[in-house]
Design a protein around this ligand. Structure first.
Ligand code: NAD
Ligand SMILES: O=C[C@H](O)CS(=O)(=O)O
Length: 498
């Protein structure tokens, strides 16, 4: 048990240090504990409650019991609670950022930005809560009227990843609560502390018991909890963010109860740079799209395609900028790239670089582990740029999920588009060109759910976020994100002809 936060975490509000799970409005110790490690050192950060199937069933029962009163709340009342939660999250930015940086590794500046990004979904859906409108449709029978109602779908489960420990939770929970649904969250075993701090703030905001629940467990325990959530007919919606491999497993587990699914899965984003692009802007966009969170984001540029005329200038400039990024523990001020999440992630990155070099790629910078000065332990890897990369290399076919920029060369627009689309994934894509005709042709031709044009930063609560092909189903954010948690009911009013 970890009753008090580590002093070096410097939490201003020790009440945000929670290591028990949260269900039915109470903090529960569970049947055992699991260890959370700090990626920056590999050392133990906390011992957190490990819950089992019985607690998962209890959380489902609590959510079911809470649903009637929660759905009966007015939209304005739900919106007010979400707004209060938004304000509490925002006020706790520094503490939440410190928790996140400690358990996930990202630099404090990125962690603070994620708190703002994650809170923006709570703010956005506090506003959207009051705009769930039905329809009336002109009937062809004068004795009838057609009404369309939108109603909350019911108990929702959310299974979330470690790379954005706060935003991937609020991006699901805020619309579900806004729609009138109770939620059961199962955060990643690597990053439960941020999720539990969010639950503490939700309790302070005044959400009724059972409306928001957080189940924690280690890896094997997560699989068991997932099975219970997928198998329960009381759970009507499953929202999952994580790898495509696990998304397939969960979708199969949900099939027997025909759950509505929202799947935000893996990516392999292409980043296209044409000869007419603004070179400096393209390099800045590449840095943002590649090295944010040490390359551990689903929308990270995973492979770069640069046209002949600008190729060498681009790779040299990108390598110069990447080499200048400051690598170190996330809590050290000024650090721009933190560690990878664990040793397995580090090994995967190393294997992709080794495979590329063995295939003839040219290393321009990085390509090795690094140990920050005056710092022991951790899973640090240098920001890396590889030139002369070919489609045969693993780093172009698989999601590296690390700070490695493989750069391929292309001759024509058609060739670039074909290469970009040659993937089973289709989440994000990026294109740099100043030719408006090419912007439209390429944006329309790319097989992805999101296209960044002359920008490397695309994610915002107002826009629909999601992928095509094997990058997922559904959209999060925007008004569309609310529809995921609503059922449409057609009411046929007859006998109205007097
Ligand atoms: N599309 C998006 O918005 C998005 C966002 C973040 C991460 N991702 C993807 O997630 C992957 C990396 O994140 P990750 O390593 O946490 O993913 P992961 O799929 O290993 O785990 C995600 C979550 O699923 C749980 N989980 C794993 N196996 C499970 C099972 N069999 N049953 C029930 N739950 C299970 C984990 O405990 C965790 O909470 C990458 O592929 C990345 O692209 C996608
Ligand atoms: O990793 C996946 C996240 O969705 C990335 S973002 O913060 O939404 O861009």
């Amino acid at each position: 048990m970890s009753p008090t936060p580590p002093p070096d975490l410097q939490l201003a509000d020790a009440g945000l240090w929670r290591c028990n799970a949260f269900l039915a409005g109470a903090w529960q110790a569970g049947t055992g504990r699991f260890t959370v490690h700090a990626p920056a050192s590999g050392e133990t950060l906390a011992e957190v409650a490990a819950l089992g199937e019985a607690e998962a069933q209890a959380a489902i029962a609590a959510a079911e019991a809470a649903w009637p009163a929660w759905r009966a709340q007015t939209a304005k009342a739900r919106a007010a609670l979400l707004q209060r939660w938004f304000l509490l999250i925002t006020a706790a930015t520094e503490d939440l950022a410190r928790l996140m940086s400690a358990e996930q590794g990202k630099p404090l500046a990125e962690a603070r930005a994620e708190v703002g990004y994650g809170a923006s979904f709570v703010e956005w859906f506090a506003e959207e809560a009051r705009r769930v409108h039905g329809e009336t449709i002109p009937a062809t029978d004068p004795s009838k009227r057609i009404l369309v109602l939108k109603q909350p779908i019911g108990v929702c489960a959310a299974i979330t990843p470690w790379n954005f420990p706060l935003a991937m939770i609020t991006r699901k929970v805020a619309p579900a609560l806004a729609a009138g649904c109770p939620v059961i969250i199962k955060p990643a075993e690597q990053t439960p502390l941020t999720a539990l701090a969010l639950a503490e703030l939700a309790q302070r905001a005044g959400f009724p018991p059972g409306v928001l629940n957080v189940l924690t467990a280690d890896g094997p325990g997560s699989i068991a909890l997932g099975r219970v959530l997928c198998a329960s007919p009381a759970v009507r919606h499953l929202s999952f963010t994580g790898s495509t491999e696990v998304g397939r497993i969960l979708a199969a587990q949900c099939a027997p109860t025909v759950k509505k699914l929202a799947l935000e899965l893996g990516g392999n984003a292409p980043f296209l740079v044409f000869d007419d692009a603004d070179l400096e802007a393209a390099v800045e966009g590449a840095l943002a799209a590649k090295y944010r969170n040490a390359g551990q984001t689903c929308v990270c540029a995973n492979r770069f395609y640069v046209q002949d005329g600008i190729y060498e200038a681009f790779v040299q400039r990108l390598a110069e900028k990447a080499a200048a990024l400051r690598v170190g523990p996330g809590t050290r001020e000024g650090v721009q790239q933190g560690p990878l999440i664990d040793a397995a992630a580090l090994a995967k990155v190393e294997s992709h670089v080794a495979d590329a070099l063995a295939g003839g790629a040219r290393l321009l910078t990085g390509g090795r582990r690094v140990q920050p000065a005056d710092h022991a332990g951790g899973h640090f890897y240098a920001p890396t740029v590889l030139a002369d990369v070919t489609p045969a290399m693993r780093c172009t076919r698989e999601e590296t999920f690390g700070p490695v920029a493989p750069v391929l060369r292309f001759h024509t627009e058609a060739e670039a588009l074909a290469a970009a689309n040659a993937s089973e994934f289709g989440l994000a894509a990026y294109v740099y060109t100043r030719d408006i005709g090419r912007v439209m042709r390429v944006s329309e031709g790319l097989e992805s759910g999101i296209v960044g044009v002359n920008t490397g930063i695309i994610s915002t609560a107002e826009a629909p976020f999601g992928g095509v092909k094997q990058s997922g189903l559904g959209r999060e954010g925007s008004h569309h994100g609310l529809d995921e948690y609503l059922e449409m009911k057609y009411v046929c009013l007859g006998g109205l002809d007097g």
